[in-house]
Design a protein around this ligand. Structure first.
Ligand SMILES: C[S@@+](CC[C@H](N)C(=O)[O-])C[C@H]1O[C@@H](n2cnc3c(N)ncnc32)[C@H](O)[C@@H]1O
Length: 249
């Protein structure tokens, strides 16, 4: 309610779904919008710092030097760069997928610059992920925060097909039950009113909903934690054999 009022005050269109915990704010949105992090400007060392907490977290759940990692919504591949410099050895591999042609182009440029060509591959079409074999980790960072629940479930189902038995998935969400999630959403709504390229929309979830769609798509949540800078909740799930209907826990 507070968010809806805030959205109205700022002149944003806001939709709150009655039948779920999913809140979406809509404004002009393009996956190919310019901007985002510029690694040439920021420097590679800063990228490592940005992802360090995620890397340490994944290591706690058996990310190994020979892991084959698929990164959905990889952006310009900064996480891939960090994995290849910090964790993966010559047996490990990083594959990224992103809907944005612009981001894929940037990722390929970075790949060339850093010399990781052989172990670093990025593609634009999600369905092409099915060609990847032996994936034991899937990462999806800051993506479920701004796509529709239908797409999230589809991605989880694809993740289940692509992952090896016992493979793991790590993704981040904005948690509706946390102060961190709500603070961030408030901040973004304010910021979007000042930006030329309006902030897309934000999807915010409850952990119960996440558990239910995970089980539906053949995963079991094994951990969830806030990582610095304490905005999103990170969830680790493992592929399991039994799927359930949506809503059953
Ligand atoms: C906020 S960025 C996060 C990038 C990267 N995962 C990271 O943590 O640095 C979100 C990325 O998700 C991509 N994206 C948005 N919708 C997507 C979708 N439906 N499928 C795949 N990627 C998507 C965007 O193009 C963008 O590169």
């Amino acid at each position: 309610m507070i968010l809806k009022k805030l959205g109205q005050e700022l002149g944003l269109t806001m939709k709150i779904k009655d039948n779920s915990t999913n809140i979406k704010t809509y404004s002009s949105y393009s996956h190919d919008k310019p901007g985002g992090i510029n690694y040439q400007k920021e420097g590679f060392e800063n990228l490592i710092a940005k992802h360090q907490a995620k890397i340490d977290y994944l290591k706690r759940f058996n990310l190994e030097s020979d892991s084959k990692v698929l990164d959905i919504g990889c952006g310009f591949g900064s996480f891939g760069y960090c994995l290849l410099t910090q964790v993966l050895d010559s047996q490990g591999r990083y594959m990224g997928v992103d809907v944005s042609r612009r981001r894929i182009k940037q990722a390929r440029q970075m790949m060339k610059q850093t010399g990781f060509n052989g172990q670093f591959e990025v593609i634009q079409n999600m369905n092409d992920c099915l060609q990847f074999k032996d994936i034991n980790w899937i990462t999806i960072f800051s993506v479920f925060t701004h796509i529709f629940n239908e797409d999230i479930i589809n991605y989880l189902l694809i993740a289940n097909q692509v992952l090896k038995h016992g493979g793991r998935l790590c993704f981040s969400i904005l948690d509706i039950e946390s102060r961190e999630g709500l603070n961030y959403l408030n901040e973004m709504i304010k910021r979007s009113s000042r930006m030329r390229f309006k902030t897309e929309f934000y999807t915010i979830h409850s952990l119960d909903y996440i558990k239910s769609i995970l089980r539906y798509s053949g995963f079991q949540l094994i951990d969830s934690s806030f990582l610095p800078p304490n905005i999103q909740r990170f969830c680790v799930a493992e592929k399991i054999d039994n799927k359930t209907e949506l809503g059953n826990s």
